[in-house]
Design a protein around this ligand. Structure first.
Ligand SMILES: NC(=O)c1ccc[n+]([C@@H]2O[C@H](COP(=O)([O-])OP(=O)(O)OC[C@H]3O[C@@H](n4cnc5c(N)ncnc54)[C@H](O)[C@@H]3O)[C@@H](O)[C@H]2O)c1
Length: 267
């Protein structure tokens, strides 16, 4: 079963981590994929692959086509150039996954301090640019074409921090809450045009970056029957595959928390 055969997907931040696993999943479902990262070298940062182009070559040898595009998603000129380059090589984009992001401040590290009353303005602005503005610019560049063709699925990656108050990681929590709400707003605009827009909010997931940047709880690392653990990247990619494919054809404007019931609340 290759339900996405003939479709073209653009997955931001897919040189490594969750984005990479999502791209692999969409390719396994038959889609051709524009792999994206901020630079050729970014995918190598935590030892996952040598470069973005090397990853594109490796994945293409498995079946569907993958091409590499690089650029900063918070730079509108770069966004327009990347979208044009991807479409020139693969054809019109009908699946957009906005996965690039993270809690990375102005200096390239985790912001510190990062509480509601103690933060550096430049860090909050950098985190908003990387998560919210980048997602908005990508959607603005891609969704109108989907609407013209009356076909498309947009999936934006939030975080469980979008849904609960946080006294730490303040810029990130607010940026991800806004990503989720922007997804609802775009779903409303796209409703009459056959374009579905949804968000996924992962709980902590075992990407190379996640594992390299904290001390982990050995019990949470175990992949037994308990849901009280870290997610695997494949578990997040499964939910993206559902929202990208035909089984979710009447699902739009929703957010799915993929967190093993870590956060149980109404919205
Ligand atoms: N892993 C987790 O536990 C977890 C949990 C909740 C949400 N998330 C979200 O999932 C996404 C992926 O996380 P990950 O763990 O795979 O992290 P990661 O750092 O491995 O991947 C993020 C990717 O985005 C790229 N990127 C960042 N800023 C960019 C920019 N301005 N322009 C272009 N590319 C940029 C990075 O280079 C990298 O390839 C992020 O949005 C993150 O906030 C992750």
């Amino acid at each position: 079963m290759r339900p996405l055969k003939g479709k073209v997907a653009f997955v931001t931040g897919s040189g490594r981590g969750l984005g990479r696993t999502i791209a692999e999943r969409l390719m396994a479902m038959g889609a051709d994929v524009a792999l994206h990262d901020i630079s050729e070298e970014a995918p190598a940062r935590f030892g996952e692959v040598a470069s973005l182009s090397a990853l594109a070559e490796e994945l293409t040898s498995n079946g569907a086509r993958a091409v590499a595009v690089t650029g900063d998603i918070s730079d509108n000129a770069a966004v327009e150039q990347m979208v044009a380059a991807a479409q020139a090589r693969l054809g019109p984009i009908s699946i957009l996954v906005n996965c690039a992001g993270g809690d990375i401040g102005a200096s390239g590290d985790k912001p510190n301090p990062s509480t509601p009353t103690q933060f550096k303005l430049e860090d909050v602005q950098a985190v908003l640019n990387r998560n919210l503005i980048g997602t908005m610019l990508m959607c603005r560049a891609v969704a109108p074409g989907m609407a013209e063709r009356n076909e498309g699925a947009v999936i934006n990656i939030g975080s469980i921090l979008a849904h609960q108050g946080s006294a730490i990681e303040i810029g990130y929590a607010c940026a991800k809450a806004a990503v989720v709400h922007y997804s609802r707003c775009l779903a409303m605009e796209m409703r009459g045009h056959g374009v579905r827009v949804n968000a996924i909010s992962p709980g902590p997931a075992k990407t190379a970056r996640f594992l390299a940047t904290r001390s982990t709880d050995p019990v949470m690392m175990e992949e037994g029957p308990s849901l009280d653990r870290y997610a695997t990247p494949a578990e997040i990619a499964d939910a993206v595959g559902f929202l990208a494919g035909p089984d979710s054809r009447f699902v739009s404007g929703q957010v799915i928390r993929v967190d093993g019931a870590a956060g149980l609340y109404a919205a």
